[in-house]
Design a binder for this molecule. Structure first.
Ligand code: ADP
Ligand code: MG
Length: 377
């Protein structure tokens, strides 16, 4: 049989579809600190609407609509004043499995069809980003479940396609890229981000580990997490201030049809969105604060510019190049990817400012239109 190679670009253009970034908001249970402080719940939900009340001015509340809004499945307890009672306000409880069905399954399906797919977690430190993405103990989060299902799908494929999976894990801290799977060094020196026509921005020399089981991925994630902690200690840093990216590359070879489909899944646990507070020396603090704000601020600027474009405003420049994070997320934001954001919140009045700012950020992200294509050659 003769193979006809259709260029990715040509095929891509034919099949490009515009779709908006999907946004889910998840509210975690009260934590001990909030309970001890007698915090009040300032969030309410009805179906996909979520409102936040200004604790200093209860008449003043802001409403938002997202693709999904969730209470957590447990941890809200009732006291005699009815303080921790979200049931009354409507909305939906979701455990890790239902969040996976809503968000993770779509990411996986898209990847299997040959689309790039991205999942981003955004929110203040302690609001549930890692719980949602990675999970703790038996409460497995989106990433491990997605990997389990990916290998299950591969094993149960009926056709003759061959699949290859590669796993990478990195951290962006102070605009430096650290390979969390690097065996050779726990180096803080950082890898370079390069750009080429075909691949766009990529991390030069990043380790890509071929994987054939979810157990192997889990081991790599543990290794990566340990390196992240070691690196943070080494740099006298706090890992909640770094961004963690997992890249899963899926290559599917259909030899009969002479087609190769290639998809990148980006799974991103962003640094805490709160304004950076003091720690370490003045110089470190300045350097760290600026660089971290640079990545998150630039992400915010990119999201705003793209949201403005959707609203029909004239936008001359989208500042992808201004930070490492936005370079690596270029295709995820307004480009060739199907993208989902999970924004995480505390329910408590003491987190009002940060929660409102997260909701505003998520609202802008929701407007971004991507142009995903099947990556086929
Ligand atoms: P982040 O990664 O945003 O800093 P974590 O995911 O580590 O925050 O969450 C902080 C704490 O809150 C953890 O102890 C976690 O188990 C708990 N938590 C977060 N989200 C949920 C949730 N949806 N349901 C139950 N517990 C949660
Ligand atoms: Mg975390």
């Amino acid at each position: 049989m003769r193979c006809i190679h259709v260029s990715m670009r040509a095929r891509g253009l034919e099949m490009a579809s515009k779709d908006c970034v999907k946004v889910a908001v998840r509210v975690r249970p009260f934590n001990k600190r909030e309970r001890d402080a007698g915090s009040r719940c300032i969030i309410s939900m009805t179906s996909n609407n979520i409102s936040i009340q200004d604790p200093r001015n209860p008449q003043n509340s802001r409403a938002f609509t997202f693709d999904y809004t969730y209470w957590s499945h447990s941890g809200f307890s009732r006291n005699k004043d009815g303080l921790f009672v979200p049931e009354e306000t409507g909305g939906r409880y979701a455990d890790q499995a239902s969040v996976f069905l809503d968000l993770g399954q779509g990411i996986l399906d898209n990847a299997l069809q040959g689309y790039n797919a991205t999942l981003l977690a955004y929110g203040q430190t302690g609001s549930g980003k890692s719980y949602s993405m990675v999970g703790y103990g038996p409460n497995k989060g989106l990433i491990p479940t997605l990997c389990e299902r990916l290998f299950q799908s591969i094993r149960s494929m009926q056709d003759s396609r061959q699949c290859q999976v590669f796993f990478s894990m990195l951290e962006i801290y102070n605009e430096q890229v650290v390979d969390l799977l690097s065996k050779t060094s726990r180096s803080v020196s950082g890898l370079r981000v390069r750009e080429d026509q075909q691949r766009g921005f990529y991390v030069e020399g990043l380790r890509r580990v071929p994987c054939d089981s979810a157990v192997q991925v889990e081991q790599l994630m543990d290794q990566g997490t340990r390196t992240r902690t070691t690196a943070a200690t080494h740099m006298n840093a706090n890992s909640s201030r770094s961004h963690m990216l997992i890249i899963i590359q899926l290559k599917q070879i259909f030899s009969k049809e002479c087609i190769t489909k290639q998809s990148n899944i980006y799974l991103v646990d962003l640094a805490g969105s709160e304004r950076q507070r003091s720690s370490g020396s003045e110089a470190d603090r300045l350097k760290e604060g600026t660089a971290i704000n640079l990545s998150l601020t630039t992400l915010g600027n990119v999201i705003s510019a793209l949201a403005d474009m959707t609203l029909g405003k004239k936008v001359v420049h989208i500042p992808y190049r201004d930070s490492v994070l936005t370079k690596l997320l270029q295709s995820a934001l307004g480009g060739n990817s199907r993208t989902v954001m999970i924004a995480t919140l505390s329910p408590a009045d003491i987190c009002y400012e940060e929660s409102l700012s997260t909701l505003r950020y998520a609202e802008r992200a929701k407007r971004i239109q991507n142009k995903a294509v099947v990556n086929e050659s």
